[in-house]
Design a binder for this molecule. Structure first.
Ligand SMILES: [Fe+2]
Length: 266
């Protein structure tokens, strides 16, 4: 079917919004841009990202040069955690997104940001999706957590509780920090793929860094177009996985009953 994406692209996609990764149409400049982004960011993440992120980059061989081939990554992920990459043009509708996650497919944008967006791009491109998100999918506990999140997302669409699910995603998958033996580290993709926020999230004195608490996360609104003024810190990925277990629906009900916390950006 032919669709117009959230970013205004008119593309032919399969029923689940996937496309073939346009391997042949990436230009030399675009491959080179990936390499520059990769090399710059991997240096910044040294001693800032958690070991699981850094190991994932290694295991998936994302440093080999040029825009990665999704099929190669999928083969490796499949063997490690049963996940694969679903190439999509850009943002996909919520239901499609959750459906992919629930089935252990990560929808990844195929386009790469332009030269003038090297430092910041609001919408997810291939660098954000692959460099930021995919390394952790090689880690079993996180991989299980994200598949479970996809199932809960599908349920949330029926129950009208999507805003709560979005907050969990935002404060963990995108902007989560983790406590490690070596100190505070980054695991969220929104941070890990951002030059500025990688440093800001750990080293700036302005933002709050609060222990992860599901009820508080569910009650905390966020804005998607600026650096965070608070981060939630998990003690390990097990804690993240357990947060979505049996009592999740009850905690959502409690969050609904108590209402949102005051908007954090005043
Ligand atoms: Fe993302």
């Amino acid at each position: 079917m032919i669709i117009t994406t959230a970013l205004g692209r008119k593309v032919e996609v399969a029923a689940n919004y996937t496309i073939d990764q346009p391997r042949d149409t990436y230009t030399r400049d675009e491959h080179d841009r990936w390499d520059r982004l990769y090399n710059r960011q991997v240096k910044i993440l040294e001693n800032r990202a958690c070991d699981e992120v850094l190991d994932g980059l290694q295991v998936l061989n994302l440093a080999k040069g040029g825009i990665p081939n999704f099929a190669d990554i999928s083969k490796k992920l499949m063997a490690l955690t049963g996940w694969s990459i679903a190439p999509v043009p850009d943002l996909v509708p919520d239901e499609v997104f959750f459906e992919h996650l629930a089935n252990r497919r990560f929808p990844a944008a195929c386009f790469i940001r332009s030269e003038d967006q090297l430092d910041y791009i609001e919408e997810p491109d291939i660098f954000h999706d692959i460099f930021g998100h995919v390394p952790l999918l090689s880690q079993p506990v996180f991989a299980d957590f994200l598949a479970r999140f996809g199932q809960l997302g599908l349920e949330a669409m029926k129950n009208n509780t999507l805003k709560y699910l979005a907050r969990v995603y935002w404060f963990t998958v995108e902007f989560g920090l983790i406590e490690t033996a070596g100190g505070l580290r980054i695991y969220g993709a929104g941070i890990a793929s951002s030059k500025g926020e990688s440093v800001f999230s750990l080293e700036d004195s302005a933002p709050g860094r609060l222990p992860f608490d599901l009820l508080q996360v569910l009650r905390t609104p966020y804005q998607n177009n600026r650096v965070q003024d608070r981060y939630f810190v998990v003690s390990d990925f097990e804690q993240l996985f357990l947060a979505l277990e049996n009592s999740f629906a009850d905690v959502v009900s409690e969050a609904k009953r108590l209402g949102d916390l005051e908007h954090i950006y005043s």
